[in-house]
Design a protein around this ligand. Structure first.
Ligand code: FES
Ligand code: FES
Length: 171
């Protein structure tokens, strides 16, 4: 039945289906409406409200998650299209023992968060950059962040946090 439309018995109900995900390392499945965006399914069906909704059209990056190892803006992905994927949200970003990851610690130490709305997206983008670049320049960091908006405009500390995280990772 995975992925197939599920009859609800209500003739007025929108088409829906059950999707299965590997979500933050564990198996999960939920009934979603076919028209649902992944960001709304994550928040409203799977209860993972750490993924934020800002613009809903791909501009702000607040909804960034990792899908099958690649970062993606979950407001640009239909939930039905994610069926069978492995997804990491901000809830899955801490170390397995629940403590902050080194990247999160660097953001904490550098005060790289104000209201926190943009934080999940910035952490995913930073992690993606640091996976590719051990010693990113300021320009590379700022370029990586261009798809993620901080409405508190805390960019200086965010850039510094990523630089510090890279420095600590290099030892
Ligand atoms: S809510 Fe997805 S990019 Fe803004
Ligand atoms: S810390 Fe408020 S939006 Fe970035």
């Amino acid at each position: 039945m995975n992925g197939l439309p599920q009859p609800s018995g209500d003739p007025d109900a929108p088409p829906s289906r059950r999707i299965r995900l590997v979500l933050n390392g564990g198996e999960a499945d939920e009934l979603i409406e076919d028209r649902m965006l992944l960001v709304h399914a994550l928040r409203d069906r799977f209860g993972l409200t750490g993924t934020h909704v800002g613009c809903n059209n791909g501009d702000c990056g607040a909804c960034t998650v990792e899908i099958d190892g690649r970062i993606a803006k979950s407001c640009l992905v239909m939930a039905a299209a994610a069926d069978g994927c492995s997804i990491t949200t901000i809830e899955g970003l801490a170390d397995p023992d629940g403590s902050l990851s080194p990247l999160q610690e660097a953001f904490w130490d550098q005060d790289a968060v104000q209201c926190g709305f943009c934080l999940p997206g910035h952490l995913f983008v930073a992690r993606d950059l640091l996976d590719r670049e051990r010693d990113p320049s300021e320009e590379q960091i700022r370029t990586a962040l261009t798809g993620n908006i901080c409405r508190c405009t805390g960019y200086t500390n965010i850039v510094e946090a990523i630089r510090v995280a890279a420095e600590r990772a290099r030892g």
